[in-house]
Design a protein around this ligand. Structure first.
Ligand code: PLP
Length: 370
């Protein structure tokens, strides 16, 4: 028998969350916005097959890895695909052209590779502006020149569509900064033709923001919210009308009755202060459960909410069974997801965000699509 740990992926929840975002944009954006469903990092840990099925109604898929993009084509995805970091080497361009994969162009080195492409092609390119995050993109002062270069490559028969793009640094916590970035984008890109892509999850769900994005042909780029997790620390996904797409479950594999004063696990980081039943769960940081989760992090055993106690080991963790006296070896445990704590709660108890936990689920955890 394999270990009892399992990640169940709910394709219906993915579709529900996409629909939720689409309705939100329909309420907000002046012109109907389209959606790049962001599926980088193996669809935030959910797997590409589930993503291609769950996001069947999306207008396009956006990711980073060229091999994953090709896999999406092989899984039958026909609509646009966008590489969010662009390409890295000239030979990547053959793959882009062959599989009709669009790309971000964020620097002149990429533009040079396109200019040196020896054959006619029709690669869609989205020219990235650095509007203040200082990660990828052309500086405001060089943007229009870069865009003109892309348009010349379009006329020369190398590029297909040429679009405009930027990315927000603080849409989750500082809308003043976000509005300033958007103003920068609007000023720099004013009058330039082509599709526009600006909003991540936090921006899509922030009331009124998508409505300020200039241009008729807007493409939002939501990621984390499509998986049923919140882009805002302290605000749960449930209140945003989202459903968890991944449920991480396991079982108790051992149970101890400990007298007061016994210490548990590595570093003896938790000590009982009364006679206590403690369960050992087959799930640890090598599965992707956060090692820094604190004592008190919520976990559900046999449908009852209880708490993590002590330090998370590589393959196991300990839970308080006081609230679940009937629990025993084989009792079901939900670490996060449907019927358990939200992945956001677990993330916040570990000083991180849901993106980190979902994308960090490791290869050894089997996924099953529901
Ligand atoms: C990851 C990413 C997104 C999606 O971000 P979320 O916060 O998960 O919605 C959008 N655009 C770019 C460029 C990204 O890298």
């Amino acid at each position: 028998m394999p270990r009892p740990i399992l990640a169940t992926i709910d394709v219906g929840a993915l579709a529900h969350n996409l629909n939720r975002v689409a309705r939100r944009l329909a309420d907000d954006a002046p012109a109907p916005a389209r959606i790049w469903a962001v599926i980088k990092a193996n669809a935030y840990g959910h797997g590409l097959e589930a993503a291609v099925r769950g996001f069947a109604a999306a207008d396009g898929l956006a990711l980073l890895d060229l091999d994953e993009a090709v896999q999406c084509r092989e899984l039958g995805w026909q609509r646009p695909i966008l590489l969010l970091e662009g390409f890295f080497k000239p030979r990547d361009l053959d793959v882009l052209d062959h599989y009709r994969i669009g790309t971000v162009v964020h620097c002149h080195a990429q533009m040079d590779m396109l200019a040196a492409y020896p054959r006619p092609a029709a690669i869609d390119a989205h020219v990235m502006l650095n509007s203040g995050m200082h990660r990828l993109g052309f500086q405001p002062g060089e943007y229009r020149g870069a865009f003109d270069r892309a348009r010349a490559l379009q006329s020369a028969g190398v590029l297909g569509l040429v679009g405009k793009m930027t990315h927000f640094a603080r849409a989750d916590d500082d809308l003043a900064v976000t509005r300033a970035q958007l103003e920068c984008f609007s000023r720099v890109a004013a009058g330039l033709p082509g599709p526009v892509s600006v909003c991540n999850s936090a921006a899509v769900l922030a009331p009124g923001l998508a409505a300020r994005v200039p241009g008729e042909d807007q493409w939002a780029r939501p990621g984390i919210c499509l998986y049923g997790a919140s882009p805002y620390v302290g605000r749960d996904a449930d209140s945003l009308g989202l459903l968890p797409a991944m449920t991480l479950g396991s079982e108790l594999i051992s149970v101890h009755v400990l007298p007061a004063g016994e210490a548990i696990g590595y570093g003896h980081a938790f000590r009982t202060d009364h006679d206590m039943r403690v369960g050992i769960v087959a799930c640890g940081y090598a599965d992707g459960y956060p090692r820094h989760a604190i004592t008190g992090t919520p976990v559900t055993v046999s449908g009852v909410r209880t708490r993590l106690v002590g330090r998370v080991s590589m393959d196991m963790l300990s839970v308080d069974l006081d609230p679940v006296p009937a629990a025993d070896i084989g009792s079901p445990v939900i670490l996060w997801g449907d019927g358990g704590p939200s992945v956001d709660e677990v993330a916040w108890s570990s000083s991180t965000i849901a993106n980190d936990l979902l994308a960090g689920l490791t290869h050894r955890v089997p996924r099953r699509i529901r």
